[in-house]
Design a protein around this ligand. Structure first.
Ligand code: MEV
Length: 328
C-alpha cells in the first residue's frame, strides 16, 4: 500500500495576471490531499473520494476510449487520464488499482485542491508501480488533469503542490524558491461559496483578448506589484507585503473577480488588524487570505468566523509532495 500527500496553496499576489504572462507569488500550505493506492482485480481502476462521496470504476481494456467507463459520473475523468498515462509509462496497463482520495482541502474554493490531488495521485500511483519519477515528471503528468479541468492554467497550482515552499512563479521561467518564513501567519477565510476556476479564467481571458486597454494596464501594474511583494517577502518587510496585498485586491475587484462576500471578509480582516488581505485563487467566491502577525491571527480568524466565513490558520509547507510505503 502506498500513500502520498500534497499540499494546498494560496496566492499572495498575482492570480489571473499570471495566466497572461505576469509574475505571481504563491505559497504551499499545511492542508493536504492524501491518496492511497492498493491492488484491484486486473485492468480495473477504481477511484473513490471520501470528500465527494463518489466512486468511479474504469476498465482499461480499451485505453483512452470513452467506452471504458463501468460506473462513473464523469467527475473522475480528468484523474483517469493521469492514471492511464502512468500505467502506460510504467508499461503495466494490465494492472488493477484501487485509488482512495482523502483530502482535507476544501473543494472549489481556490486552494488548489484539484492540483494537489492530481499531484498526490501521480506520486502514489507511480510509487505503487515502482516507477521512479522526478518531481518535474510528477508536475508534467499532474498538469494533464489541470489542463482538462481549468482549460488554460498557468501551472502555479501544480508547481506549489509538487515542490512546496514559497514560489515566485512566471510562465516559461524556472520557478524561484524563496526562503519560507513562518514568523508570519496566513489566515484563510472561506466564503463557503464554490465556483469554477476554468470559467473565471475564461471570463478574464475574454476581456484581455478584446484588447481592453484598462485590463492590460492593470495587468502590468499587478506584475510590478508582485516584483515589489517578492522583495518585501525576502526582506521580511511584512507591513509592506500586507499593503501590496490590499492593493492587489483592488486590481482583482477592477477585473471583476471579487464578490460582495469576498470584499466583506477582506474588510473585516483588515479591520481586525491584518497587515493585508485579498481574495486568493480565481475569485468569484471561494477564499480570501489575510496576512497576520502571530499575535493577532486568532482575532482575525474569529472576526472571519463571526462574519459567517470559515477560517483556517495555516503555515507554509516546505516539502511538497511526498510518499510513504505502508506495506509490511
Ligand atoms: C488559480 O489558482 C490561479 C489562477 O491564476 C489560474 C492559474 O494561474 O492557472 C486564477
Amino acid at each position: 500500500m502506498i500513500t502520498a500527500t500534497a499540499p494546498a496553496k494560496v496566492i499572495l499576489t498575482g492570480e489571473h495576471f499570471v495566466v497572461h504572462g505576469q509574475p505571481a507569488l504563491a505559497a504551499a500550505i499545511d492542508i493536504y490531499s492524501k491518496v492511497t493506492v492498493t491492488s484491484n482485480i486486473p485492468k480495473i481502476i477504481e477511484i473513490s473520494s471520501s470528500a465527494l462521496g463518489t466512486t468511479s470504476k474504469f476498465s482499461i481494456k480499451q485505453l483512452g476510449k470513452k467506452s471504458n467507463q463501468i460506473s462513473n459520473d464523469g467527475i473522475m475523468d480528468p484523474l483517469k487520464h493521469i492514471v492511464e498515462k502512468i500505467l502506460q509509462t510504467a508499461g503495466q496497463i494490465d494492472r488493477g488499482l484501487k485509488i482512495q482520495i482523502d483530502s482535507k482541502i476544501p473543494v472549489g474554493v481556490g486552494l488548489g485542491s484539484s492540483a494537489s490531488t492530481a499531484v498526490s495521485t501521480t506520486m502514489a500511483v507511480a510509487r505503487y508501480l515502482n516507477l521512479e519519477l522526478e518531481k518535474n515528471d510528477i508536475f508534467e503528468i499532474a498538469s494533464i488533469q489541470e489542463k482538462l479541468i481549468h482549460k488554460k492554467p498557468s501551472g502555479i497550482d501544480c508547481t506549489t503542490a509538487t515542490y512546496g515552499g514559497v514560489i515566485f512563479f512566471k510562465i516559461g521561467k524556472v520557478p524561484e524558491y524563496l526562503k519560507p518564513n513562518n514568523s508570519i501567519n496566513i489566515v484563510i477565510g472561506d466564503t463557503r461559496s464554490k465556483r469554477s476556476t476554468g470559467d473565471l479564467v475564461t471570463k478574464v481571458t475574454q476581456r484581455v483578448n478584446l484588447g481592453n486597454g484598462e485590463i492590460s494596464r492593470i495587468s502590468k501594474s499587478a506584475g510590478k506589484l508582485t516584483m515589489e511583494a517578492v522583495k518585501s517577502y525576502r526582506e521580511g518587510d511584512f507591513n509592506n507585503l500586507g499593503k501590496l496585498m490590499n492593493k492587489n485586491q483592488k486590481f482583482l475587484q477592477k477585473i471583476g473577480v471579487s464578490t460582495v462576500q469576498l470584499d466583506r471578509l477582506v474588510n473585516i480582516a483588515q479591520q481586525a488588524g491584518a497587515l493585508g488581505a485579498k481574495l486568493t485563487g480565481a475569485g468569484g467566491g471561494g477564499c480570501m487570505i489575510a496576512l497576520c502577525r502571530p499575535d493577532n491571527k486568532y482575532k482575525v480568524a474569529n472576526a472571519i468566523e463571526n462574519a459567517g466565513g470559515r477560517s483556517y490558520i495555516v503555515s507554509i509547507d516546505t516539502t511538497g509532495v511526498k510518499s510513504e510505503n505502508l506495506s509490511t
